[in-house]
Design a protein around this ligand. Structure first.
Ligand SMILES: C[S@@+](CC[C@H](N)C(=O)[O-])C[C@H]1O[C@@H](n2cnc3c(N)ncnc32)[C@H](O)[C@@H]1O
Ligand SMILES: O=C(O)C(=O)C[C@]1(C(=O)O)C=C[C@@H](O)C=C1
Length: 247
C-alpha cells in the first residue's frame, strides 16, 4: 500500500478548491485517513470482526464508498462464511483503479479469500442485490443530505433478516459548546499526527462544502425512518463514531 505522506495542504494555496477524491488524494489516502480520523484502524479491523457475525452463507456483502478497499480487505480477512462475495463500490475512477490493484495484491498474498468485485458506480444509482452486510465507512457524509434517507431505505430493503448495516461517520453535535470542544479535540488529534495549522485550516475549507456531518440523533432518527429497527453505536473516538443498524 502507498506510504506517501499527505502533504496536499502543506503549502499556502491562493484559493482552496473543494475536496475531490482524485489521483492526488488517492496517492496519499492511506496516510491521510489514518492521521485524520481518530480510531480509523480500529474501526476498519473491527468492521471485519462484526461482519463475521452478520454475514450469511451464499450472500453478497457490500462496501459502499470503498475508496482503496480497506474495509473490503478486512471483510476478506475476517469473514469465514461459505459462499459469500464482496462488492466494493466507489464513483471515483482513481480510487477504483488503485483499489483493484490492492485487492489483486491481497489475492496474491493469501489463499481462500472471499471473491471480490470492484465496481465504479454512483451508490445512489446502484441496484442492490439481497445482502447480509452493508458498510458505509465514512461515505454517507459525502452524499447530498436530501438523498441520504432514500439511500438508507434502499439498503434496508435489500438487507436480509439477521443482516446489518455498519455506518461510520464524523459527528456534528447539537449543543454548540460540545461541538466546539470536540472540534478542538479533533484539531489536537491532527496536530499530534504532524499536521500544521495551515494544513488543518486549508483541509477544513476544502471539505466544508462537500462533507456535511449529521448528529448521532439525526442518524438514529433517519435510520429508524428508513425502516431499521435498532441502532447500536459500537465505537466512538472524539467526533467519529460507528453504528450497527439492524433490519
Ligand atoms: C472517506 S472515503 C471512504 C473511506 C473508505 N470507506 C475506507 O474505509 O477507507 C469516501 C468515499 O466515498 C466515495 N463516494 C462519495 N460519494 C459517492 C457516491 N455517490 N457513490 C460512490 N462512491 C462515493 C468517494 O469517492 C470516497 O472514495
Ligand atoms: O474531518 C476531517 O478533517 C477529515 O479529514 C475527515 C475525512 C473523513 O472523515 O472522511 C475527510 C476526508 C478524507 O477522506 C479523510 C478523512
Amino acid at each position: 500500500m502507498s506510504q506517501e505522506p499527505d502533504r496536499l495542504f502543506a503549502q499556502p494555496l491562493p484559493e482552496v478548491p473543494d475536496f475531490v477524491f482524485n489521483e492526488d488524494v488517492v496517492r496519499v489516502f492511506p496516510d491521510m485517513i489514518k492521521r485524520s480520523v481518530p480510531g480509523y484502524p480500529t474501526i476498519v479491523e473491527n468492521i471485519g470482526v462484526l461482519a463475521g457475525q452478520f454475514a450469511q452463507p451464499h450472500t453478497t456483502l457490500y462496501d459502499l464508498g470503498a475508496s482503496l478497499g480497506a474495509v473490503t480487505q478486512a471483510l476478506r480477512r475476517h469473514v469465514r462464511v461459505d459462499g459469500c462475495k464482496v462488492i466494493a463500490v466507489d464513483n471515483s475512477s482513481a480510487m477504483v483503479a488503485r483499489c483493484s490493484e490492492y485487492l489483486h495484491a491481497q489475492d496474491a498474498m493469501f489463499q481462500e479469500l472471499l471473491p471480490v468485485e470492484v465496481i465504479e458506480a454512483d451508490i445512489l444509482a446502484l441496484d442492490l442485490q439481497p445482502t447480509s452486510l452493508v458498510t458505509l465507512n465514512f461515505t454517507l457524509q459525502f452524499i447530498p443530505p436530501e438523498r441520504r434517507l432514500e439511500l438508507l431505505t434502499r439498503i434496508r430493503q435489500a438487507l436480509l433478516p439477521s443482516g446489518a448495516l455498519i455506518l461510520s461517520e464524523k459527528l456534528r453535535f447539537e449543543d454548540a459548546a460540545e461541538h466546539e470542544l470536540l472540534t478542538e479535540l479533533h484539531v489536537a488529534f491532527k496536530r499530534a499526527n504532524g499536521y500544521s495549522e495551515l494544513e488543518i485550516a486549508q483541509k477544513r475549507s476544502a471539505i466544508e462544502k462537500v462533507m456535511l456531518p449529521d448528529s448521532l440523533e439525526q442518524h438514529r432518527e433517519r435510520l429508524l425512518a428508513a425502516g431499521f429497527s435498532k441502532v447500536l453505536p459500537w465505537f466512538q473516538c472524539l467526533n467519529f463514531a460507528s453504528l450497527v443498524a439492524l433490519p
